[in-house]
Design a protein around this ligand. Structure first.
Ligand SMILES: *[C@@H]1O[C@H](CO)[C@@H](O)[C@H](O)[C@H]1NC(C)=O
Ligand SMILES: *[C@@H]1O[C@H](CO)[C@@H](O)[C@H](O)[C@H]1NC(C)=O
Ligand SMILES: *[C@@H]1O[C@H](CO)[C@@H](O)[C@H](O)[C@H]1NC(C)=O
Ligand SMILES: *[C@@H]1O[C@H](CO)[C@@H](O)[C@H](O)[C@H]1NC(C)=O
Ligand SMILES: *[C@@H]1O[C@H](CO)[C@@H](O)[C@H](O)[C@H]1NC(C)=O
Ligand SMILES: *[C@@H]1O[C@H](CO)[C@@H](O)[C@H](O)[C@H]1NC(C)=O
Ligand SMILES: *[C@@H]1O[C@H](CO)[C@@H](O)[C@H](O)[C@H]1NC(C)=O
Ligand SMILES: *[C@@H]1O[C@H](CO)[C@@H](O)[C@H](O)[C@H]1NC(C)=O
Ligand SMILES: CC(=O)N[C@H]1CO[C@H](CO)[C@@H](O)[C@@H]1O
Length: 344
């Protein structure tokens, strides 16, 4: 009886899963994240891994700490996404984050990597991760025309490498040709709007930021420091979320219980849902973003350019935070409910 019921539950779950995978409204998404010096990358990964509306094609790490790759693997595995390939920028280091600026924030990547180890990259196995440009090229080559959204919530070396790439065993197209044929939208967390000097743009190699932003062809939507920096989230996840959830634990390690700014989760939420009820475009008459070699950026008004946009909130910040908090909890609880059903 119990066995039979378990089989039925298993069947129902896998049937639901395949119905969901067949749904054409799912958005194909690649995340390019640093998952190192701020925990909001982990919040963004939670959304991407648990949203029923996403088909997560790959996760590339643009920060070379081995702990970042293993933590990404642990988080994806917790949400049942063991098959999502992970790439990381080389050469790898064993660097761990230390907040030498405000002395307020804790380190989470190595701790999540160690305590929640799982998925394709176990503890000590970061060197088995993909080379990011090769992973981009493989995944894009296999994707349908104009079907892929890339969400960049960190630095730009991998994307610069993709732009510079040439024909290989995955595709005869150059990087820009592959992008033109497969990518529908690039969503970037970085810069300030209409102008600014923000960490993702200057914090690693600002000339590579300039290379990507100033040369990318096709639709690009920017999420600036002022957007997520005015929305604090993660409180309900820490207070009410499942105790087994690795992203909840990452927030606790990093913020010691204080809600955190929401740059990356808001960016990924837009990448998944589009403008929805939360966002609107800040530019009305076209224009484009220009990045200086020092990483500062400025919006250039130009009515003839209509493929770039920057985001602003359509609601007040409390409403935006409440929506993120709702999705964090819903995502974190979704896997726990499945575990409970399987354990009956
Ligand atoms: C998924 O998409 C549906 C239909 O567009 C929407 O109602 C729902 O809010 C979305 N769910 C999430 C978690 O994004
Ligand atoms: C990182 O640490 C592992 C052991 O924990 C070691 O095998 C590896 O060589 C180290 N990598 C670097 C770049 O120091
Ligand atoms: C890609 O090429 C540009 C020059 O066209 C160069 O500035 C940039 O450093 C290259 N990117 C990488 C990742 O090597
Ligand atoms: C690239 O082009 C060559 C010659 O047309 C062809 O044999 C090969 O299969 C192509 N490679 C890929 C990855 O499509
Ligand atoms: C930025 O990246 C390019 C290409 O990899 C490299 O040539 C250059 O030295 C880097 N600049 C800095 C400041 O690291
Ligand atoms: C909303 O913005 C105000 C003013 O910047 C800030 O004090 C408050 O903490 C913000 N609330 C949330 C939930 O982010
Ligand atoms: C970066 O360079 C631009 C152009 O020269 C300049 O206007 C801006 O002030 C510089 N930003 C910083 C932070 O120095
Ligand atoms: C922060 O949010 C509050 C409430 O929505 C708003 O009044 C304020 O203008 C926002 N501040 C910034 C810098 O966007
Ligand atoms: C180091 C790393 O993995 N990053 C890659 C980013 O792109 C450039 C150009 O393809 C490669 O040289 C790097 O290896």
């Amino acid at each position: 009886m119990l066995r039979r019921w378990l089989c039925l539950v298993g069947l129902t779950l896998s049937t639901l899963d395949s119905v969901a995978s067949a749904s054409s409204s799912r958005k194909s998404l690649i995340i390019d994240t640093d998952l190192f010096s701020d925990v909001d990358d982990a919040g963004a990964l939670l959304l991407a891994a648990t949203s029923p509306n996403v088909s997560l094609l790959a996760v590339n790490l643009n920060y070379p700490s081995s702990y970042s790759a293993v933590a990404a693997s642990a988080i994806l595995a917790h949400y049942g996404k063991v098959d999502v390939p992970i790439g990381i920028k080389r050469p790898l280091t064993n660097e761990s984050f230390f907040d030498s600026w405000s002395f307020e924030l804790g380190e989470y990547a190595s701790k999540i990597a160690y305590h929640y180890a799982g998925g394709s990259l176990l503890w000590g196995q970061a060197d088995m991760a993909w080379e990011p440009v090769a992973l981009y090229r493989k995944v894009l080559a296999e994707a349908e025309e104009k079907s892929v959204t890339i969400a960049s919530v960190g630095f730009f070396e991998n994307l610069s490498g993709l732009l510079n790439s040439t024909a290989d065993s995955y595709s005869n197209l150059t990087g820009p040709q592959l992008i033109a044929s497969k990518v529908s939208e690039l969503v970037i967390m970085g810069g300030g709007y209409p102008s600014g000097h923000e960490f993702n743009f200057w914090g690693d190699n600002s000339s590579l930021t300039a290379h990507v932003v100033n040369n990318w062809k096709g639709r690009v939507v920017f999420s600036g420091s002022e957007l997520g920096g005015n929305v604090s989230s993660g409180g309900p996840l820490m207070n009410e979320g499942p105790v087994t959830d690795p992203v909840r634990q990452a927030y606790i390690y990093y913020t010691y219980g204080t809600p955190r700014f929401s740059w990356d989760p808001l960016t990924v939420l837009y990448a998944i849902e589009g403008l929805g009820n939360l966002f609107e475009f800040g530019n009305v008459n076209g224009g484009y973003n220009y990045v200086y070699p020092n990483g500062s950026n400025v919006w250039v008004n130009d009515e003839t350019r209509t493929e770039q946009y920057w985001l602003k909130l359509k609601t007040d910040n409390v409403t935006a935070a409440a929506e993120l908090d709702r999705l964090f909890l819903e995502g974190a609880r979704s896997v726990v409910e499945e575990e409970n059903m399987q354990m009956v």
